[in-house]
Design a protein around this ligand. Structure first.
Ligand SMILES: [Zn+2]
Ligand SMILES: [Zn+2]
Length: 343
């Protein structure tokens, strides 16, 4: 089968290769991949700025259909449509974090697409606990956005505390920022979305998805938004989703005293910001990284209720051989989500 493989450490070293089809073990389920989304992490693996273990098949945001069930697996049926939780592919299962559901912090964890083989190919093997059956109303395309959606669900609904009447700011209208927006809008939270000059199309999408206003910080300052949307007091909660120093400083300035600052983006380097703002404003300052299994269960309920659709985030669907084009679309911020499918 064709697979997009990081075949050696270092910059680049990614190509489409023919690899053997994986053989389904007794405790495993074989999935035929329907779609696998390209995300910033894949670009980091390409450029070797995210830890990876070559040779490894890339791709960690995927959906698919059950095509084989190991003889020791119960309760999984052929043809079931699933979203795959790749981040738990390898964990120790025994450390304090694994035992409390926070597998993400397990020291031995390896996720699909960089630690072990991922889903930019036709078939993947999963344990039954990595499968999340998707409701009928959800398409396989939408289900391929489950991984980033889960990250947004944890940030908005599990770590931040937002209540109707609050005004929220999202800085950085990338896929995670826009997914946070969809959740906040569904919860009835007035939300302003800020972006940089290159974000025009994504800010336009934010308006379509229900943002109360958008602001291009190349043209106007965040102070204007604070004045216009919060009577000058500042936002109750800010979500920094850009991972950019200017955005971090802007969010710290725009959050009100006693407010919440959520770090959802990754800066990828050390940055300078006025940490005394956390003190003087007595902020709740939180990170949110990925999700737990509980988040994925909640996501299936959100899907089932049907109030949030994700298909309008998909900019393009391309065969896996066009991975370069897909990666470029993401790198140049020309697309929200690009999905690859096997061939
Ligand atoms: Zn991702
Ligand atoms: Zn562990």
């Amino acid at each position: 089968m064709k697979a997009l493989v990081k075949y050696a450490p270092g910059e680049g070293n990614v190509e489409l290769r023919d690899v053997d089809e994986p053989v389904c073990g007794g405790h495993q389920v074989k999935i035929e991949v329907a779609f696998c989304g390209v995300c910033g992490t894949d670009l980091h693996v390409l450029h070797d700025t995210f830890r990876n273990y070559p040779p490894v098949i890339l791709g960690h945001e995927f959906s698919g259909t059950v095509v084989e069930v190991g003889r020791d697996v119960k309760g999984v049926k052929l043809g079931e449509r699933i979203a795959g939780l790749g981040a738990t592919a390898v964990t120790c299962g025994d450390c304090e974090f694994c035992r409390s559901g926070y597998f993400l912090f397990c020291a031995t964890r390896r996720g699909m697409g960089h630690g072990v083989n991922g889903a930019f190919t036709r078939y993947v093997l999963l344990r039954p606990d990595q499968l999340y059956r998707i409701p009928e109303r959800i398409s396989l395309e939408e289900a391929a956005i489950s991984e980033p959606f889960a990250a947004a669900i944890q940030a908005v609904t599990e770590i931040a505390r937002v209540r109707i009447g609050d005004v929220a700011l999202i800085s950085g209208p990338g896929p995670i920022g826009l997914l946070c927006l969809k959740l906040l809008v569904a919860e009835g939270i007035e939300t302003v979305v800020a972006g940089a000059p290159g974000d025009g199309a994504r800010l336009e999408a934010a308006r379509r998805f229900g943002a109360a206003a958008t602001i291009n910080v190349g043209e106007r300052s965040l102070d204007d938004a604070v004045r216009e949307h919060t009577d000058g007091r500042g936002f109750e909660v800010v979500f920094e989703c850009a991972g950019h120093p200017e955005s971090v400083r802007g969010c710290l300035g725009a959050v009100r005293p006693l407010g919440q600052y959520m770090q959802v983006g990754i800066c990828g380097r050390e940055i300078q910001f006025p940490i005394d703002q956390i003190f003087f404003k007595q902020l709740r300052f939180n990170g949110s990284v990925c999700y737990t299994a509980k988040t994925w269960s909640r996501m299936m309920k959100i899907y089932a209720q049907g109030r949030i659709r994700l298909d309008d985030l998909i900019s393009a669907k391309l065969p896996i051989s066009q991975w370069r084009k897909a990666f470029d679309l993401i790198a140049e911020k020309k697309a929200m989500k690009v999905l690859l499918y096997p061939e």
